[in-house]
Design a protein around this ligand. Sequence first.
Ligand code: FES
Length: 170
Amino acid sequence: MSMREKIEEAAARYPDQRSAIMPALLIAQQEHGHLPGPVLEEVADILGVERIWVYELATFYTLFHTVPVGMFHLELCDNVSCMLCGSEALLKHLEEVLGIEKGSTTPDGLFTLSTVECLGACEMAPVMQVGDDYHGNLDVGRLDALLARLRAEAGQAPGDDIAAAAPPGE
Ligand code: FES
């Protein structure tokens, strides 16, 4: 099924096409990996809604990415509960071990590091979302173990030349 067909199928469940923008963006992001301008315009055209409405949603929610992200998007919560439980130190650690600052992607395309607002899982603060998974009660040791697991998942051993990893979207 093409992206257009999937979006039309999802949109048919909504009486107002503006309400279908969120599910349509999710479908488009699954198809393209991220949501550049031409994709946002295509979504707006398929739904027959104002392009600005689509752009507003795509740029408001951290769920959507208008620029490419790494194979693993590390979204560390830095709201109050997580901050009180040490998220600042975890962010510093991630920046050190990955060699990047928040908001950027490792040169191999493996990890993108972001901070996000409350993930709604304060009971297991500090929390980080990676793709669809939540990782809670994090400390430096758990974070390192998680990174090792993700590298292994990508077929990369610790210390490997990270340039060997597949670029995002492949
Ligand atoms: S403050 Fe981090 S999950 Fe709520």
